[in-house]
Design a protein around this ligand. Structure first.
Ligand code: PEP
Ligand code: MG
Length: 902
């Protein structure tokens, strides 16, 4: 039965049999050629061999049963339709054999043109082309060259040399100066090269050419560059490519022929109009190779008005049909227009928003669809400062935009030098061939990182993204010479100390300092640009789509903020409360000394005195934040990290004490401090005395904080404001911990709030796996849960969050153990499962339990969708990511087909 199924399986689709929704099977190019064929547009006839055939070939190393017969049948019907036979000596049908995967992989796989030409049919082709011998022999030599390189791995340079030799002999640089005899001679030379490298004559059988070309396209799926590209772009490795066999049409048959590419709108800005290039008397690969200069598409109107008008009509039709920006490739063969390709076009982040807005205005899509068409990563890109580029600045190299942003600074080649110059207040760009964990300090000190090797998952890229630092990786035009402290690019030498500018979005590298422009989108979010009154298409589109997202989303969006200033900014960005105020940050700076007193207290009196001194300071912190968040909930987390973080480092202290002792100074105080630091030293501080454990060990510490929170709320109430504090206990693993803290907190709150009307909720973080697994019990003592997915990831995976990203994540990404750092985007299957279990069991125990997330994942687009699915009430993220989370929370609703609105 299985064998029968294999034989009957359909591996080949005529263009008239497919449609645009069959990309999985027919690849992007094949599906869209089918769609255009069915729209009645002028597509050269052809057929598509499916990705399944490719998968079968790659799995077994041979064509699947039935494929050869199906190709034969489709070829015959193509020949009937065209009234020509493949390779016919008098009137040959020629075909191109083109790759086309589900996702576009530009230039990564193979194409063979002019299949069907041989020593006889080249003569027929010439006759067909009006006794155009030159054209026919040129087509033939292109076939041998492409076939040789692609199918038989003949080194491409050999063909290039032979071509150069003929051109040199004719004293010309231009291919067009070669006549038919020259090209006939070139065919002979190419055939000899072919024979030398393959040990066989160039195949004269058209069907053999076709079969070998198809096989070569299948195999090109696994070419090294294609594998690398997929890894970088996160394209699954098992999709395979489809193969399109398309009747050849020629743009190089004279001045009434040509070829071009076009966009239906500007893919850079989204502006409406016609954007494209045209090259008369040329084939597609001439445009790509840049042999001759193209002209703007508008000039086609003068050259061939009929084709131009037809093309514009088709472009309008395609936009209306696809309801989106399309990019197209076309050829004109002796005044007849042919469409060779279309697809929904790639665009910049700005164009994505602008075009989505325009399409709504034009009635082509609704606002839900507009929201679906943009994403948080694009919005985040629009929030980075950009270079203000004018003609003065030309890039000297282009690498991979590995971590967005715009950075300028003095070039340094070592981590140590980066740290040194940064300490002097200088902006530096760390330039390395590639980075490794030893470069970490330099990367922290630098404004940006530039490497000449490595892709989007290289060490430099991963670590820079983690730090939010601008990075360009893999700029292979630069030759880095670390010992000589210089790099060479485009013939210029850049020495240590010279200034360069790098654009982490485009991957471009500039010499000198390029001025930086603030983002208009940020200005809009900050309230300094009014979308109703400025003539800025981008800002208006962002405003409109954000407003719609806000109307659609179910998740509320809060912010992580520890200061009044951060709270105020986040509120302008649309935060609907604070989901995490980390109070440990309030114990730094000049308050360190008070903390030292607390830790070193010899008895209850000394401890209480220190706490008493801290109380008014804490209260003032909370008043400032509650004022900014008037009317909105504020989750204040009781102090979390280990106390030794507030004390001087052990080694330094030990040295100081020893030196002072040597000098005979009074070191009693320092000795006490040293003893305390020694006492508190932990091998694994992240798993040690932190969070609730600290609160249970140091009497009065949590009590002081609870009192400060309650008193601040009451003070705000007296000012006529509404403070809504939510006290959050960190690192809880057992309900008993929470119950103990809760009992004391409730007593203090009752004492402080009296009849002020202030209500204080008490809840917990869920960030220890045990808490997630006993959430049902913990919910009995908690009015809310907030998932601390940073610690939950750390403890779920057993990954030290401070160490692993720089140490080995690059390797894990390279090996595909995960596609993205689990600290960046929630690991749905593992850590996400803990979140799901805790949500379900928590709500089962306490219906109405408020659920949120305040780990870094709260601002990550994909994670926001996950939290929506799980049914959390809110996500909380850093102020800058609030708009991203708002947008993604809206997208999560429209993408799950929900009619949820708030
Ligand atoms: C967390 O663990 O996710 C969290 C928000 O707390 P912190 O990052 O402060 O440990
Ligand atoms: Mg935590």
């Amino acid at each position: 039965m299985a064998a029968q199924e294999t034989v009957d399986h359909k591996y080949v689709y005529d263009f008239s049999e497919g449609n645009k929704d069959l990309k999985d099977l027919l690849g992007g190019k094949g599906a869209n050629l089918a769609e255009m064929t069915n729209l009645g547009l002028p597509v050269p006839p052809g057929f598509t061999i499916t990705t399944e055939a490719c998968q079968a070939y790659l799995a077994t190393g041979r064509e699947p049963d039935g494929l050869a017969g199906q190709i034969e049948a489709h070829l015959e019907s193509l020949e009937r339709a065209m009234g020509k036979r493949l390779g016919d000596p008098q009137d040959p049908l020629l075909v191109s054999v083109r790759s086309g995967a589900k996702f576009s992989m530009p230039g990564m796989m193979e194409t063979v043109l002019n299949v069907g030409l041989n020593d006889q049919s080249v003569v027929g082709l010439s006759a067909q082309a009006g006794q155009n011998d030159r054209f026919a022999w040129d087509s033939y030599r292109r076939l041998i060259q492409m076939f040789g390189k692609t199918v038989c791995e003949v080194p491409g340079e050999e063909f290039e040399h032979a071509l150069d030799e003929i051109k040199n002999a004719k004293r010309t640089h231009n291919d067009l100066d070669l006549d038919a005899d020259d090209l006939r001679g070139l065919v002979d030379a190419y055939k000899k090269i072919f024979l030398k490298h393959t040990g066989r004559e160039f195949p004269q059988q058209p069907r053999e050419q076709l079969d070998l070309a198809i096989r070569a396209v299948f195999e090109s799926w696994n070419a090294e560059r294609a594998v690398l590209y997929r890894r970088q772009e996160r394209i699954p490795a098992d999709l395979g490519t489809a193969v399109n066999v398309v009747t050849m049409v020629f743009g190089n048959l004279g001045p009434d022929s040509g070829t071009g590419v076009a966009f239906t709108r500007d893919p850079a800005s989204g502006a409406q109009g016609i954007y494209g290039d045209y090259l008369a008397n040329a084939q597609g690969e001439d445009v790509v190779a840049g042999i001759r200069n193209t002209v703007p598409l508008q000039e086609l109107e003068q050259l061939d008005k009929a084709s131009y008008d037809e093309l514009l009509g088709i472009m309008a039709r395609l936009e209306e049909h696809y309801k989106d920006l399309c990019d197209i490739e076309f050829t004109i063969e002796r005044g007849k227009l042919w469409m060779l390709q279309t697809r929904v076009g790639k665009r910049t982040a700005a164009a994505a928003f602008v075009i989505a807005g325009q399409l709504v205005d034009e009635g082509l899509i609704d606002l839900d669809e507009a929201l679906h068409r943009v994403n948080g990563a694009q919005l985040a890109q629009l929030m980075f400062p950009r270079f203000q580029l004018d003609h003065e600045f030309q890039p000297v190299a282009k690498g991979i935009g590995a971590s967005p942003g715009a950075a300028s600074g003095a070039v340094v080649f070592t981590s140590a030098r980066a740290v040194e110059l940064a300490a002097e207040g200088k902006s530096v760009i760390l330039v390395r061939r590639e980075t490794n964990p030893d470069d970490l300090n330099g990367m922290i000190a630098a404004q940006g990182i530039l490497t000449s090797r490595g892709g989007k998952t290289s060490h430099a890229a991963v670590v820079a993204r983690g730090m939010g630092k601008t990075c360009v990786s893999g700029a292979d035009e630069i030759e880095v010479n670390v010992p000589a402290k210089r790099f060479v690019v485009a013939g210029q030498t850049v020495n240590e100390g010279d200034v360069v500018s790098i654009d982490g979005t485009t991957g471009k590298v500039y010499l000198g300092e390029v001025p930086v422009m603030p983002s208009e989108v940020v200005q809009y979010f900050e309230g300094s640009l009014d979308p109703e009154h400025i003539d800025n298409a981008l800002v208006r589109a962002v405003h409109r789509i954000m407003t719609h997202a806000d109307g659609r989303r179910r998740l509320a969006v809060r912010t992580n903020a520890d200061t009044g200033a951060d709270a105020a900014r986040a509120r302008r960005f649309g935060a609907e409360g604070i989901g995490l105020c980390r109070t440990e940050h309030m114990f730094l700076g000049d308050r360190r000394e008070l903390v030292e007193r607390l830790i070193l207290a010899r008895d209850a009196d000394e401890r209480e005195a220190a706490l008493e001194a801290l109380l008014p300071l804490q209260r003032a912190d909370f008043v400032e934040i509650f004022r900014e968040m008037d009317g909105l909930p504020v989750t204040v987390r009781l102090i979390d990290p280990p106390l030794h973080e507030f004390l001087p480092p052990l080694e330094q202290l030990a040295v100081n004490v020893a030196v002072a002792q040597e000098r005979g100074e009074d070191v009693a105080k320092e000795e006490a401090l040293l003893a305390a630091v020694r006492r508190m030293h932990e091998e694994n501080p992240m798993l040690g005395l932190r969070g609730v454990r600290l609160g249970l060990v140091i009497p009065g510490l949590f009590a002081m904080q609870v009192r400060a929170i309650a008193e601040a709320a009451v003070a705000c109430a007296r000012e006529g404001r509404v403070a809504k504090p939510e006290i959050m206990v960190p690192l809880v693993g057992a309900v008993q911990e929470l119950e103990t803290v809760r009992a004391e907190a409730e007593r203090i709150i009752a004492e402080v709030v009296g009849d002020s009307g202030v209500e204080v909720l008490i809840g917990t973080m869920i960030e220890v796996p045990r808490a997630a697994l006993t959430a049902g019990q913990i919910a009995e003592a908690a009015e809310f849960f907030s998932f601390g997915t940073n610690d939950l990831t750390q403890m779920g995976w057993g990954f030290s969050r401070d160490d692993v990203e720089g140490a080995f994540f690059w390797r894990y990404l390279e090996l595909g153990i995960f596609g993205i750092s689990p600290f960046e985007s929630i690991d749905r299957d593992g850590v996400g499962r803990l979140v799901r279990i805790a949500s379900e069991e928590g709500r089962a125990a306490r219906p109405g339990l408020k659920l949120g997330v305040c780990g870094e994942h709260g601002g990550d687009p994909d994670s926001v969708h996950f939290f929506h699915e799980v049914g959390l009430d809110y996500v909380s993220c850093s102020p800058f990511r609030v708009p991203v989370a708002r947008l993604e929370a809206g997208r999560a609703v429209v993408e799950t087909g929900g009619s949820d609105s708030r």
